[in-house]
Design a binder for this molecule. Structure first.
Ligand code: SF4
Length: 496
């Protein structure tokens, strides 16, 4: 009954919630796909790079037959001094591969690599699990450390691994946790040995440290509209209301919650008429002027800075779409930019932007802080373009404002002011504005992943992806034009 095979990731899942691990084994068909592919890819890339921190090393190749990895590890551990990556060990059916293992005589140091810029509790659990196994196998572990990314590192020239990565020595903390690991392993194995679903209720562990893929399954008995559908409310508040037994929209009406959450609930329960505050909308529209530009950037971010002047996870723009109207009742025009694959195109993008947007014109963005940050970073990088870029920056207005302030709000916005909710709420039957009708690229993360992978594709495949990236980004600014026009229509109803 104790033969459940544990790995680092299963142990960490079990620490988050044993029911998650149980469902994964016994009700796997209920698991929902959570899209974190780029996180996975980034993790692998960072892991591979970090392996070089200690210079020459021997990598234990992955093999489905773990015994082969174990045998290889054993063979190389006969060396007096060696750095091994993916060295693999098993103790009592608990398996682990150590990202980096440094052996000096009889002493060993364990390094676990993460693509994050901060230490998280779950990483400590992961490291403790590995240290436990190696100590149980009687190895002399003198150091247990995490290797994370230094968020302050700015690349100039070749990557400096010793500045890009930070080594956090957690030996004392880990050693103090080893008894806890033993207890956890025992509990996990007991849970996995029973046939009945564990009785574990919903809690903050359902969303932290990772979103649980069984959340839909575990909430299936809740009313369709429940506390977890409230937009903008913190997870801790949602779970504390749930614990108090307050989870249906009806229950929430009497609960102590912010008015904006109540508003969402009332709109959806009682199908209330839309809020359209024409005076406020007019005030907003009066701040805009012709020529009027609509701007949207697509960016990507990577833990390992690709270019000079870039920090880990900095937003790098690779594309923009720009719709514009020169004068009242003027024609809607469109311009765009999409970088070539795998080259630093920030300069070309910045030059194109100052060519496409004249000084002193009003530019609309949706959730402008993002566009403003991108432009400010470009202005910092290119002093000769700075004055023009900052002029664009200073003249940006935010089309999100009337929706953010709920001066325009409908039941179908479901408490959100994101364009992905506002657009279908305002244009429910317009196929041309439906992101689901696009091919291949339907949202910002798909765009980011598609661009990041562009250089690995054939010319023909690249053309196809580029065409779809352009269509996607164009829809973003076209949607803004349609939303702006919808606001204007409300003014027409005042005039008439
Ligand atoms: S949804 Fe929550 S309770 Fe259910 S398995 Fe996942 S973490 Fe556990």
């Amino acid at each position: 009954m104790n033969n459940y095979h544990l790995s680092k990731s299963k142990y960490c899942n079990g620490i988050q919630c044993q029911k998650m691990l149980w469902l994964d084994k016994y009700k796997n068909e209920e698991k929902e796909k959570i899209n974190n592919e780029s996180v996975f890819d980034n993790g692998q890339e960072v892991g591979e790079l970090a392996k070089n921190i200690f210079g020459n090393h021997v990598n234990i190749e992955f093999n489905k037959d773990l015994n082969i990895m174990l045998r290889e590890t054993e063979k190389y551990l006969k060396e007096k001094n060696i750095v091994l990556t993916e060295a693999s060990f098993v103790y009592d059916d608990n398996f682990c591969s150590v990202d980096i293992l440094v052996k000096n005589n009889n002493n060993m140091e364990i390094y676990e690599v993460k693509s994050s810029t901060e230490i998280k509790d779950i990483y400590i659990e992961d490291l403790a699990y590995q240290t436990y196994i190696l100590k149980k196998l009687n190895y002399n572990i003198t150091k247990s450390s995490l290797i994370i990314i230094n968020s302050n590192y700015i690349r100039y020239g070749d990557l400096d691994l010793h500045k890009l990565f930070v080594i956090e020595d957690l030996t004392n903390e880990i050693n103090n946790k080893l008894n806890e690991v033993e207890v956890n392993i025992k509990k996990i194995k007991e849970t996995m040995a029973i046939n009945n679903e564990p009785l574990i209720d919903l809690g903050i562990h359902c969303v932290t440290p990772y979103e649980c893929p069984f959340f839909k399954y575990c909430t299936k008995s809740l009313p369709l509209k429940n506390v977890f559908n409230i937009r903008g409310m913190s997870n801790s508040k949602k779970f504390s209301l749930y614990k108090e037994g307050i989870y249906s929209y009806e229950d929430l009406l009497d609960a102590k919650i912010n008015d904006k959450y109540k508003q969402q609930i009332e709109f959806e329960l009682f199908h209330k008429e839309p809020i359209i505050d024409k005076n406020k909308i007019k005030e907003f529209l009066d701040t805009l002027s012709y020529p009027l530009y609509f701007l949207d950037f697509e960016t990507f971010q990577q833990p390992i800075p690709l270019y000079d002047g870039v920090k880990p996870y900095m937003q790098i723009p690779f594309q923009y779409s720009l719709h514009y109207i020169e004068k009242e009742n003027g024609k809607l025009e469109h311009k765009e930019f999409l970088a070539e694959a795998s080259i630093d195109s920030r300069r070309l993008l910045a030059e194109s932007l100052v060519k496409d947007i004249p000084r002193n014109v009003c530019t609309l963005a949706y959730n402008m802080s993002f566009e403003k940050t991108v432009i400010k970073n470009l202005a910092y990088l290119y002093p000769d373009l700075r004055e023009h870029l900052m002029n664009i920056h200073d003249n940006i207005k935010d089309l999100m404002i009337p929706f953010y302030k709920r001066e325009y709000y409908t039941e179908e916005m479901y408490g959100s002011y994101s364009i992905k909710y506002v657009l279908p709420a305002l244009f429910p039957n317009d196929d041309a504005l439906n992101y689901h009708n696009l091919d291949l690229i339907h949202n910002g993360s798909e765009a980011m992943n598609a661009y990041a992978n562009l250089g690995n594709l054939s010319e023909e495949e690249q053309l196809k992806i580029r065409k779809n990236l352009l269509k996607y980004c164009e829809l973003d600014t076209f949607a803004m034009v349609k939303i702006w026009k919808k606001l204007q229509e409300q003014m027409d109803t005042i005039k008439n």
